[in-house]
Design a protein around this ligand. Sequence first.
Ligand code: HEC
Length: 161
Amino acid sequence: MGRVQMGRVAAGLSVMSLLFIFGCGEGGGENPVVFPPVPAEYADKHMPDGWWMDPKIVAEGKDIFEGKLDVDVNCASCHGRDGKPKKRGARDFRVGENMKHFSDSFWFWRISEGVPNTKMKAWKTKLTEEQRWKVMAYENTFAHGGQPADHSKEYVPPPAQ
Ligand code: HEC
């Protein structure tokens, strides 16, 4: 094997190890999603018909997510404008393998009430129910290359924990 080839192999290996390191640091590897049962008051809440795929709803959700509707509600400041987390511990919404296990009622509950012992606070006093559904429809695009997607069709119940 010539020197040039050796160099290529070495470069390939270091790229792979970088991918490995970053791959584990993000995307829930260190921060697995837990799926406690949805409380009764949220269990019957569902995304309004057609909203996952409605471009107008998704666009309104984007404004909420990015703090354009209300500067005090800036999901992007922790979750990143493209769903790639900015604050350590925040959920990576680009990871479809996690997001497919989010039922609409679980997702809505978490946004409404927050996640105990994390920086994720309850948004129900800042956002109406409709606004919470809109921001969800937008968040869902991160795992779909920025396009609206019908989450109800890809939902898979979480594995037993
Ligand atoms: C101050 C930082 C911060 C802000 C602002 C924030 N989040 Fe979060 N969010 C977090 C963190 C940290 C987690 C991780 C909690 C966990 O590990 O389950 C999280 C988790 C989530 C989850 C996943 C819940 C779960 O059980 O895994 C959703 C959905 C979510 N956030 C949506 C939003 C939405 C929508 C907004 C804006 C209305 C928002 N977040 C604003 C920090 C934030």
